[in-house]
Design a protein around this ligand. Structure first.
Ligand SMILES: Nc1nc2c(c(=O)[nH]1)N[C@H]1C(S)=C(S)[C@@H](COP(=O)(O)OP(=O)(O)OC[C@H]3O[C@@H](n4cnc5c(=O)[nH]c(N)nc54)[C@H](O)[C@@H]3O)O[C@H]1N2
Ligand SMILES: Nc1nc2c(c(=O)[nH]1)N[C@H]1C(S)=C(S)[C@@H](COP(=O)(O)OP(=O)(O)OC[C@H]3O[C@@H](n4cnc5c(=O)[nH]c(N)nc54)[C@H](O)[C@@H]3O)O[C@H]1N2
Ligand SMILES: [Mo]
Length: 770
């Protein structure tokens, strides 16, 4: 199989490679954010929005899910509780550019399908509902009522509710998410794939298996007061820039930082805090005390080795390293773990990690010497075949020293989308537990289906194999974010109806089903006025803190509906009068939705009151709060995990797909990956200079990337054309290219064990000369 992705980016010829950044943020970051905001939003809107970002009376940043400082964390909120990339996210949404019916009359869908993601996104905000009728060439305006009728008719026309698929992206508010899952389950299916399936699903799976809850166990003050923070498989300088402020506080408090990454990411090395005068001058705080430049996919082996060295260190001076009391009372499976730890295969560890034994021993000593350890991770761990066992191995290491449920210690999966964790709490999951479904039934007098639904990957298979589905997306960019771009686009085109509820145009709008709808919605920054007055929504951050978010800007167009109003409008058409759920009321007053959330969602009692507290509230988390574990055994679970080294045949490299400094997932803000020194091009492949030479290629050469994957029916090859080689100090044998340009290379069926997350950080690739 050889799928060519026709891509119209021709920007690789503009590539400029500069010196890499020496430190992250600082005055340059502030300037870039202001320049972008002024250009997109103008002065008046900039002055009206940026000061409200992440403030108690303002709106939650639509960038990442890193928490704001709460009074309880001891740290005060800075005047500017945002970062360069948060400001870019706001500017992208609060732009003054608009696209309406004239734009769609001018551009056929075929014409739009030839444009890059960057071009599509830069056209501006969507302003009115549009429809692409079967056989037509252009999107045309459609009144909201007709749009809802169209969706309702198509849904009712399906043979089974399971022929409809309802995707969600992680910006959706708790209120909209709760209503959306209620609509989907009332309709009769659990087909609720979401972006989390491609993101932290592996973390959720590993943590649920071992500690009984799929969320992180730390607060912001735990991170800032740790004496060792491990940042593994994460690039906070770009993707969670406010985390750098916390890492700086760690250093200030005398703690140390260990960075584990195949790339020497600038944001992990040095930080100039733009919030401090001294950040504006000077060269910033050195961050990482130790940098382990690991091979892609080597982390399971590394943490196994650390675990084994901790056991060894304790054997040398018994009782000084392991937390014996905690281990005896609160854990299960230790004996098997200890037996396995004694038989560590060092040569295999060195091969898998690419690190030498001395460094691994040095790293393990950092663990031994620390009393409060937090391990943070993101996509560098979750998007691998062995992602779930890798995270379980981190849990092993943390359990050995009792580093959970005590101040300054714990597990910290750093979430991506600003409300991805909240969406899950509200029921956006294809396999919500029986307790949640039963609570929905009794709250609303329903009988919702119990059969698990499709996740992202199984949805892709179903859409491909069974044409004629209805696909609805609450936000996101399914066509570009998912693996196997060519296959996904074919799957979308085979749907009888595709519905995109969006703020901006993207690839998913231009690879339509037989009929397609674009339903434009309000963004986080905008005022949401309903019959009972201005509404606020609620969100949950990466550390389970739930709080309110109030938009203040005038909506991009008077014809936009809120996500809540869209779900409620659709539900009324779909279910008619007489339905047990009072859809109409919800749209009038979001407090009524929150009353139901309080009854149905665990930990949300008194929701309306608690989210009105200045800092909102923190959801309960047994291991964090009480050091107890809601697993079948009632204890935290040690696991034994086997390293399966990734085989890379001669002449190939192992490729990760990652974010540049100038994008938000599939939204491309601009073409500057400043910290990595790459400008004006995205179709680049970063590889080690010695690997480039060994492959007989040269720096700057234009190549086609061809991925090879052993599928059930033979080797699958996928090609992404015209990438420029850039010599870069990555780990040997490894390479990197940007998501989503490289998604054409990711095999749909290459997924992580136990989480079904596409393996987008370890692709075996050839660099074929053109
Ligand atoms: N500005 C901005 N902010 C964002 C986003 C964005 O696109 N732009 N996206 C949001 C979302 S949804 C998410 S999920 C997060 C993503 O945040 P990250 O996880 O930081 O995102 P990636 O760019 O995928 O970076 C993965 C990092 O892991 C490293 N890595 C890759 N493979 C391995 C490995 O095998 N081992 C180790 N140890 N490291 C590895 C890479 O070199 C890179 O530094 O950011 C969120 N925030
Ligand atoms: N190869 C590869 N693939 C990956 C990844 C990777 O690292 N490598 N990362 C994966 C990860 S971690 C994630 S989270 C997914 C992301 O997958 P998605 O969440 O599906 O993608 P986004 O690019 O975040 O979605 C952007 C679109 O959301 C819409 N939008 C923005 N704000 C709002 C809003 O407030 N409401 C509504 N309704 N719509 C809005 C806009 O139309 C915008 O174009 O991609 C995954 N795919
Ligand atoms: Mo994500």
């Amino acid at each position: 199989m050889r799928a060519h992705q026709a891509d119209q980016d021709v920007d690789e010829s503009d590539l400029r490679v500069r010196e890499r950044g020496r430190s992250a943020a600082g005055v340059k970051g502030v300037l870039v954010s202001l320049q972008r905001s002024l250009k997109e939003m103008g002065l008046a809107r900039t002055v009206k929005t940026l000061p409200l970002l992440n403030q108690r009376s303002g709106f939650d940043c639509p960038g990442c899910a890193w928490p704001e400082h709460r009074a309880a964390d001891g740290g005060s909120r800075s005047v500017a509780e945002f970062c360069e990339n948060g400001a870019k996210a706001v500017a992208e949404e609060a732009t003054r550019d608009r696209i309406g019916r004239e734009f769609f009359a001018q551009h056929s869908v075929a014409d739009l399908a030839d444009k890059t993601e960057h071009w599509l996104g830069k056209r501006g905000r969507l302003t009115e509902p549009m429809v692409l009728r079967e056989g037509d060439t252009h999107y045309r305006p459609i009144p909201w009522d007709e749009a809802f009728d169209l969706v309702a008719d198509e849904l009712r026309g399906l043979d089974s509710p399971d022929d409809a698929i309802f995707y969600t992206s992680g910006r959706t508010s708790n209120e909209a998410a709760f209503l959306y899952q209620l609509l989907v389950r009332s309709f009769g299916t659990n087909n609720l794939p979401d972006c989390s399936n491609m993101c932290h699903e592996s973390s959720g799976a590993a943590l649920t298996q071992t500690i009984g809850v799929g969320k992180g166990s730390v607060s912001l003050s735990d991170v800032e007061n740790a004496d060792l923070v491990v940042v593994v498989g994460q690039n906070p300088g770009t993707n969670h820039p406010r985390m750098l402020t916390s890492l700086e506080r760690v250093k200030h408090n005398g703690g140390r930082i260990l960075a584990v990454n195949p790339l020497p990411e600038t944001g992990l090395m040095r930080f100039s805090n733009p919030q401090h005068p001294r950040g504006v001058v000077g060269s910033g705080t050195p961050l990482a005390d130790e940098f382990a430049q690991i091979r892609l996919g080597g982390d399971l082996a590394l943490f196994k080795a650390i675990g084994s060295l901790l056991v060894e260190a304790d054997a040398e001076s018994p009782g000084t390293v392991l937390d014996r009391e905690f281990l005896a009372e609160q854990t299960q499976g230790l004996d098997d773990f200890l037996t396995d730890a004694k038989n560590l295969d060092w040569p295999a560890v060195e091969r898998a990690t690419g690190l030498d034994r001395d460094q691994i021993e040095r790293v393990a000593r950092m663990f031994v010497q620390s009393e409060r350890i937090v391990v943070c991770w993101a996509m560098g761990l979750t998007q691998h075949k062995q992602a779930v066992p890798t995270i379980r191995e981190i849990v092993n290491v943390q359990l050995l020293r009792g580093m959970i449920g005590k101040p300054g210690a714990g597990l910290c999966p750093v979430r991506g989308h600003s409300n991805v964790q909240g969406d899950r709490t509200m029921g956006i999951w294809e396999q919500m537990p029986e307790s949640f479904l039963a609570a929905l039934d009794s709250e609303f007098g329903l009988s919702v289906p119990r059969r698990h639904g499709h996740d992202t990957v199984t949805a892709l298979r179903a859409m491909r194999d069974e044409p004629g589905k209805v696909f609805v997306a609450m936000g996101g960019n399914f066509a570009a974010a998912t693996p196997d771009s060519a296959g996904t686009e074919e799957a979308l085109r085979q749907c009888r109806l595709t519905v995109q509820i969006s703020t901006k145009l993207n690839r998913s709008h231009v690879v339509p089903g037989r009929t397609a709808l674009i339903l434009p919605t309000l963004g986080r920054t905008e005022r949401d006025t309903q019959a009972s007055g201005d509404q606020f929504v609620t969100v949950e951050d990466s550390m389970s803190a739930v709080h309110a978010s109030r938009g203040r800007l005038d909506p991009a167009s008077p014809h936009l509906l809120s996500e809540v109003a869209i779900v409620s409008g659709l539900a009324r058409r779909l279910f008619g009068p007489g339905h047990p759920v009072r859809w109409q009321d919800f749209e009038r007053d979001y407090d009524l939705i929150r009353e139901h959330i309080a009854h149905v969602v665990p930990g949300c009692a008194d929701y309306n009151a608690k989210v009105r507290e200045p800092d909102g509230f923190v959801l309960p988390h047994q291991p964090r709060d009480r050091r107890t574990f809601d697993t079948p055994a009632g204890k935290a679970l040690f696991t034994v995990n086997t390293v399966e080294p990734i085989e890379v045949p001669e002449g190939r490299l192992l490729l990760q797909t990652m974010r540049s400094h100038d994008q938000y997932n599939t939204t491309i803000y601009g073409l500057s990956d400043r910290y990595r020194g790459i400008e004006d091009a995205r179709r680049v492949v970063l590889a080690h200079p010695e690997d480039i030479a060994a492959l007989g290629r040269s720096d700057g050469e234009l190549v086609d990337l061809v991925s090879e994957w052993q599928g059930p029916s033979g080797v699958e090859e996928r090609c992404a054309e015209r990438f420029r080689i850039v010599g870069y100090p990555t780990a040997r044998g490894c390479a990197a290219a940007y998501f989503p340009e490289a998604n054409a290379l990711v095999p749909r069926d290459s997924v992580a064990e136990d989480s079904n997350t596409p393996v987008s950080k370890a692709l075996v690739v050839r660099l074929d000369p053109r």
